[in-house]
Design a protein around this ligand. Sequence first.
Ligand SMILES: Nc1nc2c(ncn2[C@@H]2O[C@H](COP(=O)(O)OP(=O)(O)O)[C@@H](O)[C@H]2O)c(=O)[nH]1
Ligand SMILES: [Mg+2]
Length: 187
Amino acid sequence: MEDSVVRLLLVGDEKCGKTTFLSRVKAGDEINPIPLLRDIDQPYTFTVNMSSNRYRFEFYDTSSPENWRLLDPDVIIICYDISQRLSLINMKRYWINEVKQAFSRRDFLPVVIMGLKRDLRSEDDPNGIIYPQDAYRMAQEMRADRYVECSAVTGELIRPAFEDICKTAIATTTEGGGQSEGGCTIM
Ligand SMILES: Nc1nc2c(ncn2[C@@H]2O[C@H](COP(=O)(O)OP(=O)(O)O)[C@@H](O)[C@H]2O)c(=O)[nH]1
Ligand SMILES: [Mg+2]
């Protein structure tokens, strides 16, 4: 049987950690330093087994701000840097509107909000610490479907974040698919 293909697009401010996140997922937990994926190798594909189905996830992590609008993604992941309040603000001020406008032809386009560089969350942050509940509330205000956060550098919560993304993605291919129990395995 053919694998179901799901296209996922990561957007968010430059340097918020998008490429490093995908590179960590690709490399697995053990390899340090993380070998960075190259832009020209996009889309980055992951074959995922879930509920005895196989899926091919194609991730686009575009660093060319004008080009991403030409893609036809099934899921959007809006990223921010937990140590940069501006990147959090920009999700609501800029990214969500840009995405809605670029893909207005889609009736239903799930949006995941992802906080990156969780290891840099600090009580001493001069801009004020960003608590998960603050970001979660913002995700709700943006009517996002999920909120996840992780650290690519330490590997903390990478797996659950990726699994949540997988579940959201699979829900686009099968009715109720996103509700299925059990984890997914990256092949
Ligand atoms: N401490 C820490 N630094 C990170 C993490 N993820 C990325 N970085 C650093 O943040 C910078 C920008 O990351 P990059 O993945 O290129 O961001 P992009 O522009 O969104 O693709 C690089 O110097 C990374 O090493 C993380 O989880 N923790
Ligand atoms: Mg990048």
